[in-house]
Each structure stands twice: as C-alpha cells, then as structure tokens.
Design a binder for this molecule. Sequence first.
Ligand code: CTP
Ligand code: MG
Length: 229
Amino acid sequence: MTTAVIVVAAGSGTRLGHSEPKAFVPLGGDTILGVALDAVLGMREPPHVVLVVPAERVDEARERYAAVAAAASAPFDVVPGGETRQGSVSRGLAVLPRLIDTVLVHDAARPLTPPAVFEEVAAAVRARGRGVVPALAVVDTVKRVDPSGRVLETVDRSELAAMQTPQGFPRGALDWAYSHADEEYTDDAALVASTGLEVDVVHGDTRAFKITLPADLHRAEQLVAEREG
Ligand code: CTP
Ligand code: MG
C-alpha cells in the first residue's frame, strides 16, 4: 500500500450557497465528503487517505469518518485546509508518510467519481512515471469573447479537454512541484506542468462532475437515489 489519496474538502462552497461548507452538505444520507470517501475506499487496494477540511471541522470529520476508513483498512488522517485549494493540497502533502510513492489529489466536490477512475489513474501514474489526469472532451462549441461580449473567434475544440480529479502524480514530482510553485493554479496538473514536468490525460467519467451550483447538487442527489434504488 503506497498510494495516498488527498481529498480536498476545505472550501466554503460560495457558489453552492448552503449554510454548511460544501463538503459537509447532506447527500444520500451522508455528506458530500462521506460519499466521496466511500468512492475512495472502494478501491481494491485501500490507499492512505488524508481528508483536508475546514479547521473548525477537523474533529468532527475525524469522529465521523475514522471508523469508516478503519473498516476498509485504510490509514487515515484529517488535517485543516488553507486559504486556497493549492494551500489545502500542500497541507495534505505535508502529512504523508515516507513510504507513499503515488499521490492522487481529489476534490470532495466530485463525490460520484467511480472507484475504477482512482484505480485507473493510480495504475497509469505507476506505468508511465508521470502525472496523469482524467479529462473529458469538450462537447460545446467554444469561442473566445472580448470583455464587451463580442465574439472574437471559435477555438479549435479538438485541442481542448475539461479536467477532472483524481489527478495522480509520482510523489516526488508532486512534492517538488509544490515546493517550487510561485503562483496559484486552479488544478494540480497546471501546477506540475508549470515546473516543466509532463502530465498525461486519460479518459474521465461523466459521473466525476463537480458539484458547484445548486443544480449540480440536485443531479448528484438523483444519481445517488438511482444508485441505491
Ligand atoms: N478546496 C479546499 N480548500 C480551499 C478551497 C477549495 O480544499 N481553500 C477544495 C473544495 O473543498 C473542493 C475543491 O477544492 O472540494 C474544488 O474547489 P471548489 O469546487 O471551487 O469548491 P469551493 O472553493 O468550496 O467552492 P466555491 O469556489 O464556490 O466557494
Ligand atoms: Mg473554489
């Protein structure tokens, strides 16, 4: 067992607009974070799991989920997050034990990502020795638009892909990239690529969509109900 999954769950969920931080919003009789954790623990080989949550939720998350992780034989840690997603990932990286050689970073906000995606990404990182991120082809026509709202041009869609998580990396590469990052990036692949390291894309999964707006939560609720019904 040398794979770790860092589940970043320390965001506030401003766009979702719920009274709870997004990861603690109810979903399928649990929370968004709980459903995400179940998917991680669905991996055939239990990974080392680090949950990164808002500082005031650390004790609650530990009490609520330590037993679930123990039942799956997954070593488990909960740490407080940072101001930004990138800050939260680095807090998670800081507590990984030495033996970990492959790290997957996952958004708690993508709770319905199937366990097979985690396995596929981890296996591809090991086989290729570089970063691997799941992505979907962009299906809409995409245009560049100026600030006044005027269409400038259509972007060649065949060169575009929408990034998902879990994003996987050899541990040394991710540690190195995080210690050298000099600005904020919206995902780990961008941060790692900014340091000159290569990152590959594998096929993502539509179920790995991110809960951002209330309509996304509604869709997740329906999918959980279908899955359990
Ligand atoms: N995240 C985090 N720490 C932060 C910001 C974000 O761990 N300081 C996590 C979120 O909990 C989420 C993931 O990064 O699982 C993706 O972020 P996003 O979907 O933007 O979530 P929020 O930042 O919570 O939402 P919003 O931007 O609407 O406030
Ligand atoms: Mg955010």
